[in-house]
Design a protein around this ligand. Sequence first.
Ligand code: B12
Length: 209
Amino acid sequence: MATLESVSNCVVTGNIGAIAGEVQALIDGGVEPTSIINDGLIAGMNIVGPKFKAGEMFVPEVLMAAKAMGAGVELVKPLLGADDMPSLGKVVLGTVKGDLHDIGKNLVGMMLESTGFEVVNVGIDVAPEKFLEAAKESGATIVAMSALLTTTMLAMKETVDLFKENGLNDVKLIVGGAPVSKEFADEIGADGFAPDAATACDLCKELLA
Ligand code: B12
């Protein structure tokens, strides 16, 4: 029988084949859509995040979990009023100029969305001006930049500088990606760094608290 726990389990195990049926059964059984999201789907992601951080789950499994979660959310979304979809804040997310790596960035995005943030994913090879434009247009309170190449980390500094020049001091700028460190973030004047997707969610919550 489908339960909130079995939906959560489908997320944890990345069971894309079963999740739609489980979620649909809960919907048909009259379970509140917000409860399916919070106590089923997000509850599952809340197990995945720490497991990934602890090295008990790996990238392919997390991607499957995120996909399963997405399939569940798609079914519930139409039943929610716009106001019901929990939103902790809006985050513009992209990989910086010259850099085409997006696996880690997308993981951060999926994890942020599952935690309740609205994510504006501006893609890869994103110039500082494009980050600025996206932040202004969307009214995002956080801009998250990813870089996997030591050479493209410099574009993070350019972006931080551009935001400062334009007086967007209320927008929090965070950085991440394998070669990036807390020291580098401090050096370029960014507001935060996180080493992985789960910590990125904690960081975003802290910055908006
Ligand atoms: C997959 C990969 C590719 C794929 C990318 C596919 C894709 N769609 O992303 C392809 C084949 C295209 C590629 C190309 C290249 N790559 Co490459 N690539 C990798 C590899 C093997 C894995 C990266 C990855 O996805 N890791 C898994 C994810 C989950 O980890 P992650 O990205 O670090 O993300 C996590 C955290 O860092 C954090 N995070 C990430 N972003 C953000 C953002 C924020 C805001 C926060 C808070 C956190 C955060 O959270 C994520 C989840 O926990 C790395 C090796 C490595 N060890 O990193 C090399 C690597 C990054 N690549 C490298 C190189 C050199 C290249 C090329 C130049 C190769 C070439 N000669 O063409 C090109 C560059 C293309 C370009 N312009 O970007 C080097 C970089 C060396 C350096 N120091 O600069 C590496 C380190 C390999 C190596 N050892 O030489 N690459």
